[in-house]
Design a protein around this ligand. Structure first.
Ligand code: URA
Length: 248
């Protein structure tokens, strides 16, 4: 179902049912809708998640996704990766330049710092499920470079059914939201990661959620001292997540 402006209300009722399997709209969803309206982002299709309990089938269907225009510029869909029954589930923002080419999440510079921090926090990356809120790389050309662009409310909303399917099928004990896009995908646009980081939170999507900064923010620190300080805080947040994942 391709949606245009005149279909807006009807589409949103469809999306809400699709997202939730229920009739009631949550505050998060209402806010998302109103943001999309004010941004004029009203041409999109909810991601067509197949009715299956197989994560492999969902991943295969995601490869063909054209729900929002991001697929046109991206090399490929970058779906989540990790054990189907992982206890811990990490959500980033969207694939970057490296991930877009490799077809795997968090394999570039942000992935390297994430791997180091996970190891230091005592978490084995091979044992966790790693994915992104948005599954296509959003970028704009600048000379020969592809410059990352932040995903919009439309991009996140169109892609959200994939994330919901991953969460439903993996059923993790704990979700780690890496950065504000992941946090806002779970809790809505008023979520402030710097205020909520390192706490054990709860949402309809996941019983336990710990939010922290995005690993790429560590790479943008102005000097060595702040890089080191922020890296330590990041590892501390991951330790909180590990402890929460290990307790009932
Ligand atoms: N940043 C993200 O949010 N996700 C990736 O997979 C890579 C970089």
């Amino acid at each position: 179902m391709r949606v245009d402006h005149s279909d807006f209300g009807r589409c949103h009722s469809f999306v809400i049912r699709h997202f939730r399997g229920a009739d009631k709209r949550s505050t998060v969803e209402l806010r998302l809708i109103s943001e999309m309206r004010s941004n004029g982002e009203d041409s999109w299709t909810p991601a067509p998640v197949p009715d299956t309990n197989s994560l492999a089938k969902v991943a295969a269907a995601a490869k063909e996704c054209t729900a929002c225009p991001l697929y046109r510029r991206a090399t490929q869909t970058v779906f989540g990766e990790g054990p189907t029954r992982a206890t811990m589930f990490l959500i980033g923002e969207q694939p970057g330049d490296y991930e877009d080419v490799a077809g795997k999440p968090f394999v570039g510079p942000a992935g390297k710092i994430l791997n180091r921090a996970l190891e230091e926090a005592g978490i084995n990356r091979d044992g966790v499920y790693v994915t992104n809120a948005v599954k296509h790389f959003k970028w704009e050309p600048r000379g020969k470079r592809r410059i990352h662009q932040k995903p919009s409310a439309r991009d996140i909303a169109a892609c959200r059914p994939w994330l919901e399917a991953e969460l439903r099928l993996v059923e993790p004990k704990l979700v780690v939201a890496l950065g504000s896009t992941a946090g806002q995908t779970i809790f809505g646009s008023s979520f402030r990661v710097m205020k909520e980081r390192g706490k054990i939170l709860s949402s309809r999507l996941a019983g336990k959620v710990v939010a922290t900064v995005h690993p790429s923010s560590l790479l943008r620190q102005p000097d060595e001292a702040s890089r080191e300080r922020e890296y330590k805080r990041f590892v501390a947040d991951l330790r909180v997540a590990l402890k929460a994942a290990e307790t009932e």
